[in-house]
Design a protein around this ligand. Sequence first.
Ligand code: SF4
Length: 507
Amino acid sequence: MTILLTTLNARYAHASLGLRYLLANMGALQAQTQLHEFVIGARSTDVVEKILGYRQEGEKLIVGFGVYIWNVVEITQIVAVLKRVAPEVVIVLGGPEVSHETGDQEIIRLADYVITGWGDISFPELCAQILNGPQPLMKVHAGKQPPMNDIKLPYQLYTDQDIRHRTLYVEASRGCPFKCEFCLSALDKTAWPFDIDVFLAEMESLYQRGARLFKFVDRTFNLNIKTSLKIMQFFLDKLEAAPHDPVFAHFEVVPDHLPDALKEGIQKFPDGTLQFEIGIQSFNPAVQALISRKQNNDKAAENIRWLTTQSHAHLHVDLIAGLPGETMDSFAQGFNHLVSLKPHEIQFGILKRLRGTPIIRHTEAYQLRFDPQPPYTILANQDIPFTDMQRLVRFARYWDMVANSGRFANTLPVMLADDPFARFMAFSDWIFANTDATHRIALDRLAALVGQWLQLQGMSAADCKTLLASDYAGNAQHQQGSSHKGQNLSQEKGKATPQRQRQHMVA
Ligand code: SF4
């Protein structure tokens, strides 16, 4: 073995699609290539020891690392140790985190080679050069983008173990035609589809092998409606043929584009089988214009309302705090508007400065101050000082625990009353002042704190007890034991729906 593909995934349940693409496209070098995934938090010396276990006497070892915003700090340490103890090992980096601003990154200084952008054919080409010569002259190589039909699909590389225990990431297309300036996909300028029939044949094979949970990473599933309908029909056929053993599919969609044909298809999905991730990011037209995000807000709101009232789809809707031009007040208005549309989850993100994204053009005008360490979260801007940004960060964390968890379904509307943002912010400020914690608050303690808060707002102790009991009485232990953010990937019959979605569906 001469080539090892590796990365650190954020969780064990996340199987790396990128590494599997590289392995599938190694061509003549595939027999000499292996894949080994680690999980964030592993000790760097342990990782290095395992990597060096792949060395074979008299042979060169090339290690290809997939570098992302969530693992760049740890992979930098690993590469540093690796280069100390085995400088002869050839290190090749790839992935979004090393595809831009290559001149000022420590990890790139430490590595031998970097491939920016697409690695599917450039990585095996570079490996062949390293192994057989002539040795590559440049350190940084711009990845070539091949025709989509030339890329071998990687799905057969998901093992039976992956299928049983991990999220299966799949993609029917790459890229995005939109240009939202905070997003790396803004650089794509367009989307490139894979051959849909070839892709669906791969999905069929995964399904036959037992896969029931499919997470599409396409940036905009509903871009080409004909293709979207074909994909949805694939899943509807499976659901019809085996209703007792349902599949679950997750798609990212743009909110203002749901033609009737798509709605008809969506309505056919039963409870617990379909999830949409919808990016709203901001309802503020001035902010949208500043960040080049094109969105028809009325249409988007109408479609979210339609989805929540006329379909069984589980909705996870994204908002971003900290965008240039967004004040606390305008963010609060957007948040309240979104709450009124009643999606199952509101993912409240804080702006990050991803390497290569055009958002930095606003840095001076809007006084954008980002953390220099990954994930480069915004700390302050012209409209939101650091202390308020901190309050927003905590709001997001508590919102996840109380609202997105689905554990306080009856209590939450009482907490939010007629001004969700202001009321929840007051709760967030209070709970932080009283606990000094935003993590590791056990469910029983959280419920007690929520009850205490409601009493401070004037509710009687007896009413609080009844209200909270209606949400989780008798279930606390069980729910506490389940993963909060992660998904229960049980593939038992009828259990494809991730835990959190099930929580919302029964709420
Ligand atoms: S935020 Fe979504 S729509 Fe905008 S560029 Fe990124 S992927 Fe495309």
